[in-house]
Design a binder for this molecule. Structure first.
Ligand SMILES: Cc1cc2nc3c(=O)[nH]c(=O)nc-3n(C[C@H](O)[C@H](O)[C@H](O)COP(=O)(O)OP(=O)(O)OC[C@H]3O[C@@H](n4cnc5c(N)ncnc54)[C@H](O)[C@@H]3O)c2cc1C
Length: 459
């Protein structure tokens, strides 16, 4: 009898260039393809916010539909489980005599712990009875493999030292592998498992409560391929450096981030297309800069691995806690786009409506939360986690720490002058007008005024 294996999809919602999937397909023909939806992600327990908001879940849902269609064409289907991921995977393995589990290696510390927990529980069970379960996991979310990068305090001290390490030592990006080509072998032996999971459509009904206002992108591997191909077929890459800081415009930056975060496409696939573009059209400062930004992403990934739980700590890597607090009213106004700063309001309203915000917008609103409103940065990071379609644990919390001055930044925090940024990036006020950044209710910022402050009682 064929041994059964399980492929656990996480932030790698694709069939192409999926390294653990390729590795699994080389050794197993009877594979169950599984994705777990965790109900806890939809309850507000992350600094009062949900881990997954409407926009991102819609993109995840579309990616899962796309995966299922691709698997169906090959004689398979995607099994959706609903519950705590560790418990669901453990039960599935035990009930279906799974001989091997494969997945992408997680970058986030809590996902790592959960993966370790599963491995150790299954190893304990094996000691008592059945044959050992095999585990396959590889780095699948990065340009490089862990053994290519020298993760030590010197190389990871700053982005510049990391980039010099990568460029100076000429560390090569591995070319994409072809997972999909390995899958057709499986057509004859669709997996026979006792648990066929729950209906994705029913879960979508349950968790997608708000009607779609504005779709920024459509999630899924096919959509990612089309977008990246279209981008590199245009002339936009050759002027990226001049346009990348704009607040608006589809072509002003690559818009690769949602697809990278969902794992609809791998950074290696994008890197290869960038090199192909340079070979055909010529390399210039702009095409170099796209690679440079992908290296920023890469740096944050390995830095998150190095920092572990410190990535989420108020003090981060700093010696002292930031001088911020938590003002619920200010925070609410910031989230709703109802602050005294029209540019900040416009960016926050765009985020609420689309799940996306430009890089410059993110820097400005994050700086405003930390420096103007003096609010604990972790609330801002958690709100971004809920709202962003491109939420990525390493890039989000790493960038927030950077702005708050508690991250890997030798120069301390970043404060953006909002008036100056408005004059530079929205001189005619078009972006502010588009997103209704001028509000009437912004002031006063706090409803407590001086008469409400406790009076010092003379003794
Ligand atoms: C406070 C804050 C929070 C952020 N949270 C996220 C997040 O959750 N997920 C996310 O992908 N990016 C995050 N970023 C980084 C950046 O804003 C987005 O990657 C970028 O705006 C996405 O648009 P794009 O794909 O058009 O980027 P482009 O300008 O076209 O850049 C190309 C690619 O390079 C990478 N990149 C560019 N800038 C950065 C950066 N500063 N840090 C890491 N990677 C970068 C992205 O993968 C991006 O797709 C955050 C930035 C800030 C300041």
């Amino acid at each position: 009898m064929l041994q059964k294996a399980l492929f656990w999809f996480t932030d790698d919602l694709r069939l192409q260039d999926n390294l653990p999937l390729s590795a699994l397909c080389q050794n197993y023909a009877d594979i169950a393809f599984v994705y777990v939806i965790n109900p806890a992600d939809f309850t507000p327990h992350n600094y009062q916010h949900k881990a997954i908001g409407q926009h991102r879940f819609r993109c995840i849902y579309q990616s899962l539909q796309d995966l299922n269609q691709q698997l169906n064409a090959l004689g398979h289907s995607l099994i959706i489980l609903h519950g705590d991921p560790s418990r669901e995977i453990l039960q599935f393995v035990q009930h279906n005599d799974i001989a091997c589990i494969a997945r992408s290696e997680p970058i986030g510390v809590y996902e790592q712990r959960s993966w370790q927990h599963i491995k150790s529980l299954l190893s304990q069970l094996q000691e008592n009875n059945s044959a050992p379960v095999e585990f396959i996991s590889c780095w699948n979310h990065t340009l490089f493999d862990a053994d290519q990068i020298d993760i030590n305090p010197k190389t990871m001290r700053s982005f510049s030292s990391f980039r010099k390490h990568v460029e100076g030592d000429e560390i090569a990006v591995n070319m994409p592998s072809a997972s999909l080509e390995l899958l057709p072998q499986l057509q004859t032996s669709s997996t026979n498992v006792s648990n066929t999971g729950v209906s994705l459509e029913k879960l979508a009904e349950q968790y997608l409560s708000q009607p779609l206002k504005q779709a920024f992108i459509r999630g899924g591997e096919q959509s990612a391929k089309e977008h990246v191909t279209e981008y590199f077929a245009s002339t936009a890459p050759s002027s990226y450096k001049q346009t990348r800081n704009r607040l608006d415009g589809w072509d002003s930056s690559t818009k690769f981030s949602p697809f990278l975060a969902l794992g609809n496409i791998s950074p290696r696939q994008i890197w290869q297309q960038l090199k192909d573009y340079e070979n055909i059209n010529g390399a210039n400062e702009s095409t170099y800069w796209i690679g440079f930004e992908l290296l920023w992403r890469e740096y944050f990934q390995w830095a998150a691995l190095e920092q572990q739980a410190q990535l989420f700590a108020f003090k981060g890597l700093a010696k002292q806690k930031p001088k911020t607090s938590f003002y619920p009213e200010r925070f609410k106004k910031w989230c709703e786009g109802n602050t005294p700063y029209p540019l900040v309001n416009a960016c926050m309203k765009e985020l609420e409506a689309t799940g996306f915000m430009s890089n410059r917008g993110r820097q400005i609103v994050a700086s405003c939360l930390v420096h103007e409103l003096a609010i604990d940065w972790r609330f801002g990071a958690a709100y971004f986690q809920q709202q962003l379609i491109d939420y990525d644990v390493a890039s989000n919390w790493g960038n927030w720490q950077y702005i708050a001055g508690v991250g890997k930044d030798p120069r301390g925090g970043r404060q953006f002058n909002i008036n100056k940024q408005t004059a530079l990036h929205d001189a005619k006020g078009e972006f502010i007008a588009k997103w209704h950044g001028h509000t009437q209710h912004a002031l006063p910022l706090d409803s407590v005024d001086y008469v409400d402050w406790p009076v010092k009682v003379e003794e």
